[in-house]
Design a protein around this ligand. Structure first.
Ligand code: ADP
Ligand code: ASP
Ligand code: MG
Length: 402
């Protein structure tokens, strides 16, 4: 008995039958004597559909209006879920993000939660009500609605668990837990029993969308024990926690991220300070650069290539073109037909040869590597998008089978 926070994703509430299924699971938890607070996502593809609707009318709509639109998806699912729980005969109330006290910064479309004012939540719990909260949304200092970025309902759930000092935060989704790689891409992927916050944070940041990366960041910060499991069965899920005795696996997971574009500046004048000028200009415009490589110069010229998120491509290209005379380069080449494939594992620090093994897997599969980046617990390569899924499988099977 205690306070349980649960989160149900879009597929878990996609239609009336699934909503009833979730209502049953929630009331079972309540019947066992727990206080229950639930964060819910929009049903099925609702958020994608809302984005499409907005774009149809105005592709350059302000982010503020986009958030106003997107927040409606979750408002539908909380009310439907509360109605389902009423039907089962339990006391329940649904709350929007702002009714639940979510205060965020003003970064529309990717807002960060600053705090949750918990009075309302507490008073509803004191009345022994099940509380259903809209995920993915909050209110900024102007009293405007914000959203937390795609997949942000996970973060809403962890924030609730942290603010209410919940005993556990259960993330219910359409897979049995966190797998060694996306089970939709790789048939041989298998579920991990547990994973450390740091490893999970890397996996989530590198494309494993089973958890929103900020939810993991927050869980680590506030020491919220997370369990990721299926809303469709009772299988034991994956625990995300501080794992001191990391299992004897060097690599814990493989990810793919398609949200990348590569830009190459060819024939850049080979003088000191060029990289500084280019990347300071990009950073000043709020654009994050990921992988970078610079070729060895010849004839006083060099090439500098780097990647940005797809959504930043246009802006970056414009910036580089506007500043052609300051930077001094011959031409820009760019492509969106690339993906970043990464391996993650805390055990990599103490093992040499991990990178070589990864490259061997790609070589065996005849996949060309465009760029490479390594850090203590991850290695990423950029490959052609058409090769990405094969790369994931090849690398996964090299490191993680048996
Ligand atoms: P929800 O709507 O419940 O938030 P998501 O679609 O956001 O669900 O996340 C679940 C999906 O994440 C799975 O269906 C799976 O395809 C994908 N996924 C990617 N990487 C992994 C991984 N390493 N483990 C489990 N699922 C993964
Ligand atoms: N509905 C939002 C999305 O689709 C938030 C979420 O599902 O976590 O991104
Ligand atoms: Mg999700």
């Amino acid at each position: 008995m205690g306070l349980v926070v649960q989160k149900y994703g879009g597929t878990s509430v996609k239609d009336a039958e699934r909503v009833m299924n979730v209502a049953k699971r929630i009331t079972d938890t309540y019947k066992a004597g727990n206080d229950v607070v639930v964060a819910v996502s929009a049903q099925g593809d609702t958020t994608d559909d809302l984005i499409a609707k907005g774009m149809e009318i105005n592709p350059n709509a302000s982010k503020r209006e986009m958030d106003m639109l997107l927040s409606t998806g979750e408002q539908i699912s909380i009310s439907l879920l509360a109605m389902a729980i009423e039907k089962l005969g339990f006391p329940v109330i649904s709350l929007t993000g702002w009714q639940a006290g979510f205060k965020t910064d003003t970064h529309y479309g990717a807002a960060r939660i600053k705090r949750i004012d918990t009075e309302r939540l507490r008073s509803e719990l004191d009345k022994r009500r099940i509380v259903i909260v809209a995920g993915f949304q909050g209110l900024d200092k102007y009293d405007d609605i914000t959203t937390l970025g795609r997949g942000g309902s996970d973060t809403s759930a962890v924030a609730l668990a942290a603010a209410l000092h919940a005993d556990v935060c259960e993330i219910y989704t359409d897979v049995d837990g966190v797998y060694t790689t996306d089970p939709r891409i790789c048939k041989t992927a298998y579920k991990l029993d547990d994973i450390s916050y740091d490893e999970m944070l890397e996996l989530a940041s590198l494309g494993a969308n089973v958890l929103h990366n900020r939810s993991v960041e927050m869980a680590k910060k506030y020491n919220v024990k997370l369990s990721v499991r299926s809303s469709l069965n009772n299988n034991e899920g994956t625990y995300v926690k501080e794992v001191d005795q990391v299992e004897k696996m060097v690599v814990r997971g493989v990810t793919r991220d398609n949200d990348v574009a590569r830009i190459a500046l060819c024939g850049v004048e080979d003088t000191p300070g060029k990289a500084f000028v280019i990347f300071r200009m990009i950073a000043k415009n709020g654009i994050s650069v990921d992988l970078i490589i610079q070729s060895i110069g010849s004839n006083g010229k060099k090439d500098i290539s780097f990647t940005v998120a797809e959504a930043e491509l246009e802006k970056t290209l414009e910036l580089l073109e506007e500043n052609k005379s300051t930077i001094k380069y011959n031409e820009i080449k760019w492509t969106k037909d690339v993906s970043k494939v990464s391996i993650v594992g805390a055990g990599m620090v103490n093992n040499s040869g991990v990178a070589a093994t990864m490259f061997e897997a790609l070589y065996d599969a005849h996949i060309n590597i465009n760029m490479i980046a390594t850090s203590e617990i991850k290695i990423s390569v950029l490959v052609d998008r058409k090769d990405a899924e094969r790369a994931v499988v090849a690398i996964h099977d090299k490191f993680l089978l048996n």
